[in-house]
Design a protein around this ligand. Structure first.
Ligand SMILES: Nc1ncnc2c1ncn2[C@@H]1O[C@H](COP(=O)(O)OP(=O)(O)O)[C@@H](O)[C@H]1O
Ligand SMILES: CC(=O)N[C@@H](CCC(=O)OP(=O)(O)O)C(=O)O
Length: 294
């Protein structure tokens, strides 16, 4: 019995070593490259998972990859608005943002969510630094009128990556909240997926990884065996037209396509609810989730 247990634990240890060896070519390939990781939505609500994601990000940095984190926090904003007796309202997935809501959005994203992520990363031995689009002139926003006037909702007019380049060079992990200032001096609320796509494009990132609350993109959303492992731009656009890709997945895929057109090599939509999904995507031969490529 004892011998069998010992044999099992030796096999387990060998399996672990095999996984590390499998990661080697990827570590070699990706050293010095930039990965933009979008973390948000419902993938962010579980504390334990949150900590695992942060550990994975620290590990990436320690093996020589440069992670840049862009976070959301929609559910946290909703919670705070409800506490203030304000009903969250959305048009095509974008929050209707009046002046009071804008104050709440900025407070929750830059004050609470951003600092929490920064603290976690730092507690695991990383050097995270929190920023919003306002810091160092990182993002210039302009009012987004594509859905009519829904208040202080912005799109990204320009990205100045100087501050990110500087921080990355000094060994920091930038953690970015999707709030920015317009040329009119107003503060704008920008969808976090959009910000991640634009930042990845401007940095010429190797990868854009979007953590979400599904395994990836399904060919048939009702059939969980229909996960698509790789999708090119043309097919992705066709799937959007045919409503195979629908709802919150549409802007996500469009952000991936935008990033690819700006030079990002591969984009990935992966399951943020799965422990260590980032590591499994980057360091295993099979990868996980759905890859959107040129
Ligand atoms: N073909 C599809 N495959 C997977 N998810 C899809 C598909 N079509 C629509 N969706 C929806 O997209 C959602 C992901 O978008 P969203 O909820 O906005 O993510 P997040 O909150 O992480 O930003 C999924 O939970 C799912 O309901
Ligand atoms: C304009 C707009 O809708 N902004 C988003 C910003 C946060 C976000 O995108 O968060 P998730 O990634 O968690 O959805 C919002 O106010 O909810």
């Amino acid at each position: 019995m004892m011998a069998l247990m010992e044999e099992n634990s030796i096999m387990e240890a060998i399996e672990k070593a095999n996984i590390l060896v499998e990661a080697l070519p990827y570590i070699k390939n990706f050293r010095g490259k930039t990965f933009v990781i979008k973390y948000g939505g419902n993938a962010m609500v579980n504390e334990k998972l949150k900590q695992m994601v942060m550990k994975d990000i620290v590990l990436l940095k320690l093996v020589g990859i440069n992670p840049v984190v862009v976070h959301g926090g929609g559910p946290e904003i909703n919670d705070m608005l409800k506490k203030l007796n304000k009903k969250p309202q959305f048009v095509n997935g974008l929050r209707v943002t009046d002046r009071e809501t804008m104050e709440v959005v900025e407070m929750v994203l830059t004050g609470k969510v951003n600092k929490e992520i920064v603290s976690f990363i730092n507690s695991y031995g990383g050097k995270a630094i929190g920023l919003s689009g306002k810091d160092g002139g990182l993002i210039t926003a302009e009012k987004d009128l594509t859905n009519g006037d829904i208040g202080f909702v912005g799109y990204v007019k320009a990205v100045n990556t100087e501050i990110i380049d500087l921080l990355v060079k000094q060994g920091y992990i930038p953690v970015i909240a999707p709030v920015a200032i317009g040329e009119d001096g107003e503060t704008y609320n920008i969808n976090a997926d959009t910000v991640a796509g634009e930042i990845a494009g401007s940095l010429g990132a190797e990868k854009l990884i979007m953590l979400t609350d599904v395994e990836g993109i399904y060919k048939n959303y009702a059939d969980k065996n229909s996960l698509i492992s790789s999708l090119d731009i043309e097919t992705a656009l066709r799937y959007i037209d045919d409503r195979i890709i629908d709802g919150g997945m549409i802007p996500k895929v469009l952000c991936c396509i935008n990033a690819i057109k700006k030079g990002v090599k591969t984009t990935h939509i992966i399951d943020g609810r799965m422990p260590h999904s980032i590591l499994l995507e980057i360091f295993t031969d099979e990868g996980i989730g759905t890859m959107v490529v040129r």
